[in-house]
Design a protein around this ligand. Structure first.
Ligand code: WT7
Length: 703
């Protein structure tokens, strides 16, 4: 058992990052930016909170204007824009028709390169949404407040289905298409949905995958817990033909494309919803603990994603915006569908794997469609860098703006993104936020703040972050110490509760630093993000990752991301994961997993280089016990490396559930390689105590 060193509190994480240089935005970018006047920073300063968010609310069309900006009477269940009524679908579709009916709302790019894109204008979207809404109402009998689960791949029918629900005030709950039928079933149970919307098949990595089979599993799973799904609505990947080998279940399964024939030309008036009515649920952390259904509001959420899309994504009417993420993830809800559509943008959607059929694919799409705003995650950037570092240079596209989101980006990877993908011309925003947050929390304002690789930047407009130590004392900016990052104030995009579990909502996100549970002042309810972070003297935040993902070496708490960034300074390394292993002397030691560029063979020399890089950037304390070179990392479908699985392998403990991994087959490969080597070296751990087992099991788990 590791003894905690006296004086070292939980939240303190040793930080050894070197300060990176600033990269200023170009004059050309500044000249056209939506937020180029520094006056905006003043407008959103704390002095003007919460009224500053009127600016975001005024991007929307309200049926009835609101009277109270923020109601804190039932803290911490905040209510935004109280008294207001609006419809999210109307705001994303109908109101654009007068001037922009023939503008592309979506350009959908199928995975097979020989298949044609589908361009859906705002008028076409309007027609499809209305007809599907009619079907939901009249065929399924759904009404305002009901929940509907989607298990949809990346096709425009997903957006149509979401907007049709929004039109009727039905709460949609999209489960990431790559999740198993069982995971989908669990979410059906939790949300109490009786209708499942899915698709027969979709393309992934060159094969047409049978997706309908998962619907049967999901429904069976729900049934086993007493939740009955009475209708499964199935969209066809190819509208004219059913593409799944899985048979339909009579009186339960219905083909949407056929049913819609009865609703041709139907128009459904958008239902005017209170601002605080729930718009959708988005489940999070399902890979580890029981899933939490984050409930997002209509008015606050939509205002927040519209405002942040305008100022942080810098979307203009003439832009072609491509967020290469999945709509089954909050990023896609906020920044493929709701945010861009609220601004009447053209949003590109891609069906498949970014490296299919090769690592030049995204850049061919960008060239062909003249995409100028590009948005993706570090895992995709690393994948594209690994598979084709020289590909972007071969294509004639020009981005003005790029986003990275989802995990801390290693400065080495950031620099490749900037130089190779952005060709040195594009600004980058590193946007830090969470499923719970609706929209960005930390980022530079692209024309007003210089970029700094590895740091997301300051809190975004109207967000006032603070870093606390374990006792609730503020960790000063520039002190070189990390702690628990919190947001001191509510904001319109924050989720309203955990579906069906308000106590858990309060406990997980607010209890830790709340000084007075009776208080109705927002000042008493800082929001605990659960990430470790360090604030530099310039106010920029460096996110170290989940506080649970910390390795304690002799009482010295090391952030996994920092160790991994050090590994990525070794040229041949393209991905790295750091995990704790039991060590008789140090209590815990660090063990490293790395994946290499495809052209590079594993060698002792590379292992030594990794060790040297860690010693140099962090110190001898972090010297890894082993460096394992592996072909690939176990990853979730959203691309997060599952450190807990690797930790299980390193420690000969249970790697936990691997069901929701994108590449579960890799786990057994890596396990055999690592464990047989350890056994050969006499390095297999002795029988672990229960306490040790329990502590290790906590690594990489989320609450
Ligand atoms: C966790 C939230 C927000 C949509 C995608 C992820 C990590 C997210 C960043 C970033 C450093 C980041 C945090 C956060 N994270 N973005 N730019 N820099 N870390 O949503 O699945 O709810 O995950 O992702 O650890 O808590 P999520």
């Amino acid at each position: 058992m590791v003894k905690r060193q006296a004086g070292v509190t939980e939240a303190q994480i040793a930080v050894h990052w070197k300060e990176e240089d600033y990269f200023p935005p170009s004059a050309k970018f500044i000249g056209q930016a939506n937020a180029a006047d520094p006056g905006i920073l003043e407008r959103f300063s704390e002095e003007h909170f919460p009224e500053c968010f009127k600016e975001y609310a005024d991007l929307l069309t309200w049926d009835k204007y609101w009277h109270t900006t923020l109601d804190t009477s039932n803290a911490p269940f905040w209510k935004w824009f109280v008294g207001g009524r609006l419809n999210a679908c109307y705001n994303c579709v109908d109101r654009h028709l007068a001037k922009n009916r023939n503008k592309a709302a979506f350009i959908w790019v199928p995975e097979p390169e020989e298949e044609e894109d589908r361009v859906i204008t705002y008028q076409e979207l309007y027609v499809q949404v209305n007809e599907f809404a009619a079907l939901l109402r009249d065929f399924c009998g759904l009404k305002t407040g009901d929940r509907v689960t989607f298990h949809m791949p990346m096709l425009p029918e997903l957006s149509v289905s979401m907007l049709a629900c929004a039109r009727l005030g039905i709460i949609h709950s999209q489960v990431f298409g790559g999740f198993s039928g069982q995971a989908c079933g669990d979410r059906i149970i939790d949300s109490g949905s009786h209708v499942l919307v899915t698709m027969d098949a979709y393309y992934r990595n060159g094969s047409l995958i049978d997706h309908k089979a998962k619907a049967d599993e999901a429904v069976a799973r729900a049934e086993s817990e007493g939740v009955h799904v009475d209708k499964v609505l199935i969209w066809r990947r190819y509208p004219q033909q059913y593409s799944s080998p899985t048979p339909l279940v009579e009186d339960r399964d219905f083909i949407v494309n056929d049913l819609l024939k009865d609703y041709t030309g139907k128009r459904i008036a958008p239902v005017s919803m209170p601002a605080e009515a729930p718009l959708f649920l988005m489940y999070t952390s399902g890979t580890t603990a029981s899933p939490k259904g984050c409930q997002h509001s209509t008015g606050g959420y939509l205002a927040y994603v519209a405002g942040t899309s305008k100022y942080y994504q810098d979307i203009h009417p003439e832009d072609t915006y491509w967020c290469l993420a999945d709509i089954g993830w909050i990023t896609g809800h906020s920044y493929i569908v709701y945010g861009p559509l609220a601004l009447c943008a053209t949003s590109v959607m891609y069906e498949g794997v970014p490296t299919y059929p090769d690592a030049g694919r995204p850049w061919r799409v960008a060239e062909r469609l003249d995409v100028n705003i590009f948005h993706t995650a570090p895992t995709t950037i690393r994948m594209l860098r690994k598979a084709g570092p020289g590909e972007p240079a071969k294509y004639n596209y020009h981005f003005k703006h790029m986003t990275t989101v989802g995990e801390p980006i290693e400065p080495e990877v950031w620099r490749w993104y900037y130089a190779a993908v952005g060709k040195g011309e594009a600004v980058i925003v590193d946007t830090w936020w969470q499923t719970e947050n609706g929209g960005f929390l930390g980022s530079t304002l692209p024309a007003l703040h210089p970029m700094k690789p590895g740091s997301c930047g300051p809190g975004v407009l109207g967000i006032y972050p603070i870093v606390y130590d374990e006792k609730g004392n503020e960790v000063e900016a520039g002190s070189g110490t990390a702690g628990n990052i919190c947001i001191r104030n509510p904001w319109p995009g924050i989720f309203q509760t955990i579906w069906g579990d308000p106590d858990r909502f309060v406990e997980i996100y607010f209890a830790k630093y709340c000084k007075n549970r009776e208080s109705k002042n927002w000042q008493d309810w800082p929001y605990l993000a659960g990430d470790g972070a360090m604030q530099a003297a310039d106010g920029y935040l460096r996110i170290l990752g989940r506080v649970d993902d910390v390795i304690n070496v002799a009482g010295h708490r090391l952030g996994t991301k920092e160790l991994e960034s050090a590994c990525l300074t070794v040229e041949e390394v393209v991905e790295a994961a750091a995990v704790p292993v039991l060590d008789e002397i140090r209590g815990r030691a660090v063990e490293i997993y790395v994946a290499l560029q495809p052209s590079v063979d594993p060698s002792d020399e590379i292992q030594q280089k990794v060790t040297a890089a860690i010693e140099k950037t962090i110190g001898k304390i972090a010297r890894p016990k082993n460096v394992w070179i592996v072909p690939d990392m176990p990853k979730t479908r959203s691309g997060k490396i599952m450190r807990r699985v690797l930790a299980g392998i390193s420690n000969f403990t249970d790697p936990g559930d691997t069901m929701t991994l994108a590449n579960s087959e890799i786990v057994e490969d890596v396990r055999q390689h690592v464990q047989s080597e350890k056994i050969a070296r006499g390095d297999a751990p002795k029988e672990l105590t229960d306490e040790e087992r329990e502590e290790l099991a906590k690594f990489g788990q989320e609450s």
